[in-house]
Write a new protein. Structure first.
Lengths: 330, 367
């Protein structure tokens, strides 16, 4: 375990909202190995973004963060802003969903990439420019010398996301967190960007954390998959164990997510299998399994006691009293 | 571009629809001291360039395409908001492009829209009840008591409990609930056609499935026809009888959903299909076949507009606009070298892909 890039242990994040404690992330643990890809999957509000922002130190002041997150052995939780700044960019970087909102609209994109370099490294102007152009080339932007001088609004969504990746890669981070980085893009652009990230991962030996609501994306590109629901991990396994031929999904929530994706193989006008309802209010969680109110096969024990995340098979953990048999919901 | 069934009148019939927008220099006004941005030329955005299709009563037509392919502009042009540059839009036997004022309003009553973002299409200060009631008020449909009853009924249809939700504001709803309110409003006047522009794209996958099922249920219960627009081919195929693939303002391929997916004829459709992440681990790794980005619609490539990214492009593709051909029953493709034929010899491919539209424009064979 010592060669792990990122070790997250029992991470807890709670916000104080209107005098109530809102547990956004409640005791999650995972590890990311160098050169490997971990996908964190869940609906809006499941806590998948919050847990990564906690590691990056990007949560508002006053947020209660507990547990531990060690990046190459260094504890990240509880660091001061100044200390965190040394790690951000150098050791870990994050790409956000909406590149249009993450880029400064009044600055030329090349200057923004240069800024990412000069903030963390002592390099001269000319050297920084050369490095920035090299980065733009690295993320496969055609005519980087010309694009350097353009503003974000002159670029397409895919191009802007490439700029964001270039900025994130400016200091060759060991860990890259992509928070819904391709959600706003077209499928063709998404495929291009994902290919690019995987190539760069191979080249630079980065650990990659993909945050997404799209299980298809996780199945296609991730090595390890973590499924979150209401602030907890409900299933955790390698992509091979979960998806495709020979894969078995155990947790009914994961099954529901998988079934709800429109498949090309499904004939038109057939009803999609759905689970009713919505994720629970994190300030008012049910006493038992938090998915029980929506689960088609919830029994009395599900509503009474919360199942723990247990490693039932080698490398495959799930938190369910009545898991699916052979990956199929009974 | 559709298979006509004899003896049946299409509900909506669009012919040679063209929509263009004039643009000035972007990046500043280009006036006074503000310089025009280099690389972006003033000109005419050819958003939709001669699109024809029919929708039969009770049928769902899906349109897929990338951002900027003109699919939303097409939908708005059908609605006459704004009016198309040329072409005809025949809805329930009337050409909407010729209707004015009250008559156009009356026709639009039977054609409703569901937008992508429910929160920006619902007035944040109104309560759900007033939002759903608004079309009924606008068209003087029933008295207050009747409208109230109808609103309760509509909320019930879309799966929202009127007692709990009628008095809420949009901000007190989740994304899925807000979209249901928007759908309740759009079916309030018993329309014949519902135009859904990325109506489920912003929703989480579980909620998305719920709303897709709701659309299906409404199709049965209210006998609705749909024009369903999305960038996700799998999603469009799920709800559509026929699917059209749009690229830079033109249809590349139109056909029954199953046929388009099983036997795509256009290289672009093939690329779209290959880009969809599969649930098979590692399956998508080698699939990113499409490089680059769509060219600008201001100065689209001559001939076939896809040729600059097409692996099968030949010199002919730069010179002649491919006309739609029916290669399978009801399945049309606009391509000189469809996938049903063996790939053309690769000699001229690079040349055709790199040909600048400007140098070729004199050779364009008018269609």
């Amino acid at each position: 375990m010592s060669d792990a890039l990122l070790e997250v242990e029992d991470l807890r994040v709670a916000f104080a909202v209107g005098g109530r404690e809102l547990r956004a992330v409640d005791g999650i643990s995972y590890t990311v190995e160098p050169g490997r890809t971990l996908a964190i999957i869940g609906e809006s509000g499941s806590g998948k973004t919050v847990c990564c922002r906690a590691i990056m130190g990007l949560l508002p002041v006053g947020t209660a963060i507990g547990g531990s997150a060690r990046l190459r052995g260094t504890e990240m939780i509880g660091l001061s802003d100044a200390e965190l700044r040394k790690h951000r960019g150098q050791d870990m970087a994050m790409i956000f969903q909406d590149p249009a909102r993450s880029l400064n609209p009044t600055m030329r994109v090349g200057v923004q990439v240069t800024e990412a370099i000069t903030t963390h490294r002592k390099v001269g102007k000319k050297e920084a420019y050369a490095q920035a152009v090299e980065l733009l080339r690295l993320v496969r932007i055609p005519a980087p010398e010309r694009r350097f001088h353009e503003y974000p609004h002159q670029l397409s969504g895919g191009m802007r996301q490439r700029i964001m990746i270039a900025m994130a890669l400016a200091c060759r981070p060991k860990l890259l967190i992509a928070d819904e980085a391709t959600t706003a893009l077209d499928v063709t652009t998404q495929a291009q960007i994902m290919e690019l990230m995987l190539e760069l991962q191979q080249e630079l030996g980065m650990g990659l954390v993909l945050i997404s609501h799209d299980l298809g994306l996780a199945a296609s590109y991730a090595d390890e998959v973590v499924v979150m629901y209401a602030g907890k991990i409900v299933e955790q396994a390698s992509a091979k164990q979960l998806f495709g031929t020979g894969g078995t999904v155990k947790m009914r929530y994961t099954r529901a997510l998988l079934d709800a994706i429109p498949h090309l193989e499904r004939p038109a006008h057939t009803e999609l299998p759905v689970v009713s309802g919505r994720p629970p209010d994190p300030a008012n969680l049910p006493p038992g399994c938090s998915f029980a109110p929506r689960c088609p096969s919830a029994a009395d024990d599900c509503r009474a006691t919360r199942p723990a995340l247990v490693e039932h098979a080698a490398g495959h953990r799930w938190a369910c009293w009545h898991p699916c048999e052979n990956g199929v919901a009974s | 571009m559709s298979a006509q069934e004899p003896g049946k009148e299409p509900l909506l019939s669009v012919r040679d629809l063209v929509q263009e927008f004039a643009v000035r220099h972007s990046g500043g006004t280009g006036l006074g001291r503000v310089p025009a941005t280099p690389g972006v030329k003033a000109g005419v955005v050819q958003a939709v360039s001669g699109v024809s299709f029919d929708i039969m009563p009770g049928e769902t037509m899906g349109i897929v395409g990338e951002t900027g392919s003109g699919k939303s502009t097409l939908a708005r042009s059908v609605l006459q908001a704004p009016r198309p540059k040329s072409g005809s839009v025949t809805f329930r036997g009337e050409d909407l492009t010729r209707l004015r004022g009250r008559k156009l309003l009356e026709a639009r009553r039977h054609m409703q829209f569901v937008w992508q973002d429910p929160f920006s299409s619902l007035d944040p200060k109104w309560r759900v009840r007033s939002i759903v009631e608004e079309p009924l008020v606008a068209f003087h449909d029933g008295d207050r008591a009747a409208r109230r009853k109808r609103v309760d009924q509509l909320l019930d249809i879309v799966g929202l409990d009127p007692v709990r939700y009628a008095k809420r504001h949009p901000r007190e709803l989740s994304g899925g609930q807000a979209q249901r309110v928007a759908i309740a409003r759009s079916v309030a006047l018993n329309p014949d056609l519902l135009i859904c522009d990325e109506a489920v794209s912003s929703l989480d996958v579980l909620i998305q499935a719920q709303v897709l099922n709701l659309f299906e249920r409404l199709r049965h219960e209210l006998g609705l026809s749909y024009l369903f627009i999305a960038h996700d081919l799998a999603l469009v195929k799920q709800v559509s009888d026929r699917v059209a693939v749009m690229y830079l303002g033109r249809f590349c391929e139109v056909g029954p959903g199953e046929s388009v997916y099983r036997k795509p004829l256009h290289p672009y459709t093939r690329a779209l299909l290959d880009s969809i992440p599969s649930t098979e681990p590692g399956a998508a790794r080698a699939a990113a076949t499409l490089t680059g980005e769509p060219p600008s619609p201001i100065n689209p490539p001559s001939g076939c507009r896809f040729r600059t990214r097409c692996p099968r492009a030949q010199e002919m593709c730069a010179e002649q606009v491919p006309m739609p051909r029916e290669l399978a029953p009801g399945h049309l493709v606009a391509c000189h070298f469809p996938l049903s034929e063996p790939a053309p010899a690769a000699t001229a491919t690079a040349a055709a892909r790199n040909t600048e539209p400007a140098t070729q424009s004199t050779k364009v064979v008018s269609s």
